[in-house]
Structures are given as structure tokens and as C-alpha cells.
Design a protein around this ligand. Structure first.
Ligand code: NI
Length: 228
């Protein structure tokens, strides 16, 4: 399941993030964190994880995720990899097709995270740079994303994906992974569809015993499939 979540960050939060990623930000070679498969394909810059800017930015992104019910319903997060930040531009402008490592080590807090879902949170507006599309190859075909600053795309960790070369300006983004309580993508998708339908019914103000039963069934399916 590929999902575009709009306005995860408020305009104020985008502005804060942008100032933290400004002139004083300590960028390092993104290849330092790439696995053996990715190292020859990855050519971007990454914000030094141990910098004060990274600590503030992680906090900003994680608190935004926590208040978003759609993110929770779609991802059913068990662990979230500490958000990382990258920049594509100039000579360091692309990341060729690859599949992310299955289990990655997150530093803050220190933990291993199975990468059920990948997330990209865009921090530059589409007209600030040329190229820099996130291309995700699903069995049904290719999907391309270049979203407004503050929007997020959630896609399966199993997919081949790339970032096309940035030929003008700079593309700034946060990226991270989610280990879900529900490991199977198919089960997760069914739960999400059911939750969205329940939300619509509740929004109509209906007070029907069938709605109470269906909500209970959602929770009983989640209980059957979730690991905490
Ligand atoms: Ni990747």
C-alpha cells in the first residue's frame, strides 16, 4: 500500500525544519550510512545524526507523527526508526534503484527496526528543485512522488525505489522506517480500509449497534494480527 499523507507538518514546523537545515547544518556524505548494495548507488548528503539540529528535528517529526491518526491507522507503528534528514543537490544529487535493508539499527533510542514501511517526508517545495522524484516500483507499476513540503509518502519496505537526479536547486527531506505491529502488508491494508470506512460511518453521526459490532471486529482482527 502506497499512501500520500498531506500536511503532516504545519507551515510553521516546515519553516523551523528549514532553518535547522540551513547554513549551519552539519552535512556528511550519505554513503556513510549505506549498506553494501546501496553504497555504489547512493550519492547524497545526510545531516550528522549526533548534531543538536538533528536532535531537534527528530523531536519535531516524531511529535507530528504522533498526533496524526491517519499515520497511526496506516502504519500501526511498533517501532519508528529515528528520523534522518537528507539533501540532494549539486554533485550529490541522486540515489539509484535499491531495496532498503530489512533490519536497520536506529540510534535514538538504540534499537533494531524491521523496515516494514519506508517513509519520506518532503521538506522542500516542488518548485525549489528540478528532478528529485521518489520513484517506487510496485508490481502494478511505477509511482512517482514529488510532494509539497510537509507531506509524507508511506510505501512498503519491500519495494525497489530510487531518487532521480536533482539538476537544479536542493531537495530536502526526512526519511525513516516503521516496524509495524502488523507484519503482513495485506492484513495491514485490510485493517486500514476497515478503519477508514468506520471513520466515515461515525462521521455521519450514526449510532447503530452494527457500527459498535464492526468497531469491535476491527479490534478483534487487530488483536489477532498485532504483536506488541
Ligand atoms: Ni531507500
Amino acid at each position: 500500500m502506497l499512501l500520500h499523507l498531506k500536511k503532516i507538518l504545519t507551515p510553521d514546523e516546515v519553516a523551523t525544519a528549514r532553518s535547522l537545515l540551513g547554513a549551519d547544518a552539519p552535512w556528511v556524505d550519505g554513503r556513510s550510512s549505506a549498506g553494501a548494495q546501496a553504497v555504489g548507488r547512493k550519492n547524497n548528503e545526510q545531516l550528522a545524526q549526533d548534531s543538536p539540529q538533528a536532535a531537534q528535528l527528530r523531536e519535531l517529526v516524531l511529535s507530528a507523527l504522533q498526533r496524526d491518526p491517519l499515520f497511526f491507522s496506516a502504519a500501526l507503528p511498533r517501532k519508528i526508526f529515528n528520523p534522518l534528514f537528507n539533501r540532494y543537490g549539486g554533485e550529490s544529487n541522486r540515489y539509484g534503484a535499491h531495496i532498503d535493508g530489512a533490519v536497520l539499527h536506529s540510534r535514538h533510542p538504540a534499537q533494531w527496526v524491521r523496515t516494514d514501511l519506508s517513509c519520506t517526508l518532503f521538506l522542500a517545495e516542488p518548485d525549489e528543485y528540478e528532478g528529485g522524484e521518489l520513484v517506487v516500483r510496485e508490481p502494478q507499476g511505477e509511482r512517482r512522488f514529488k510532494l509539497p513540503a510537509g507531506d509524507l509518502v508511506l510505501y512498503p519496505g519491500t519495494t525497489l525505489h530510487e531518487v532521480t537526479p536533482v539538476t537544479r536547486g536542493a531537495r530536502l527531506a526526512s526519511f525513516f522506517w516503521v516496524e509495524s505491529m502488523v507484519r503482513g502488508g495485506e492484513q495491514r491494508r485490510l485493517l486500514f480500509e476497515m478503519d477508514m470506512a468506520l471513520l466515515q460511518l461515525r462521521g455521519r453521526g450514526e449510532d447503530d449497534p452494527a457500527l459498535v459490532q464492526l468497531t469491535g471486529t476491527y479490534h478483534n482482527l487487530l488483536r489477532m494480527w498485532a504483536d506488541t
